[in-house]
Design a protein around this ligand. Structure first.
Ligand SMILES: Nc1nc2c(ncn2[C@@H]2O[C@H](COP(=O)(O)OP(=O)(O)OP(=O)(O)O)[C@@H](O)[C@H]2O)c(=O)[nH]1
Ligand SMILES: [Mg+2]
Length: 233
């Protein structure tokens, strides 16, 4: 058996190493002035659907996007993104429950993304609300997507995902009428963990709230291009 203090020290070293690579990724993103979001959620909350739905609005605004997909197995999500005719790259983690900064560094080197002429990079993390929270990737914002089908207690049960995120997107609001979910309770619980969370309510089925989200991303993209920084507002 490995002694407990050695295990802790190995974990600490791994997180420190990740932090250094995340900083180097961030420098590359800043040099290219590309706005980068890291999408966290449980499996099936609607991360890929959100990208699919927001892209037509972003294209109308002449925003150029690229996407890194993270999955344990399969390139099913990448195939969905390819339908949108935007550059995409698939990371298959082979069992690892999160993306890390080194995977993103390698993806940037292996992909043919033109970061300088792109405006936004979506990184879709592996679906779960635990592991991805410990690994910064060099992103501007972490965005937690929570579907109302998951229940209003999730921010309390998985606090790190909400504490570390800048934005919460509550998805599947078209189902509010057929579920017992209390959206006000979801917001109250999330804000009790992180009172700075910026919250959007959307439906990827009806498109409700998608334009508002696209406008918000566009404002952040402009901020990044002009000032090389983003701002929660
Ligand atoms: N009714 C309804 N269904 C939705 C909505 N958004 C997504 N779905 C459905 O929910 C399912 C999962 O959506 P995905 O976009 O694949 O979810 P995901 O978070 O990317 O899933 P993973 O990549 O597996 O973690 C799909 O069947 C979608 O059609 C929504 O707003 N309303
Ligand atoms: Mg997906």
């Amino acid at each position: 058996m490995y002694p407990e203090h050695k295990k802790i020290s190995i974990q600490k070293n791994a997180l420190e190493a990740n932090e250094n690579i995340a900083k180097s990724n961030k420098s590359k993103f800043e040099a290219s002035k590309i706005f980068v979001v890291n999408l966290l959620s449980s499996p099936g909350s609607g991360k890929t659907s959100m990208i699919e739905r927001i892209m037509p609005f972003l294209k109308d605004l002449e925003i150029k996007a690229c996407v890194i997909e993270g999955d344990v197995e399969t390139d099913l999500d990448k195939k969905r993104i390819d339908e949108l005719n935007i550059p995409s790259y698939q990371i298959i983690t082979k069992g690892t429950c999160h993306l890390d900064a080194k995977m993103i560094d390698k993806a940037l080197a292996s992909s043919n993304f033109d970061l300088i002429s792109s405006d936004i990079l979506f990184i879709e993390n592996v679906g779960n609300l635990v592991c991805p929270t410990s690994f910064n990737l060099g992103e501007d914002f972490k965005i937690v997507v929570l579907s109302i089908t998951e229940g209003d207690d999730k921010p309390l049960k998985y606090p790190a995902a909400f504490y570390k995120s800048d934005i919460m997107i509550i998805n599947k609001i078209d189902l509010l009428n057929v579920l017992d979910s209390d959206i006000e309770k979801i917001k109250e619980n999330a804000l009790s963990i992180n009172n700075k969370l910026k919250i959007f309510e959307i439906s990827c089925k009806t498109n409700e709230g998608i334009k508002e989200l696209a406008d918000y991303f566009t404002a952040q993209i402009i901020n990044k291009r002009e000032n090389n920084k983003t701002r929660i507002s």
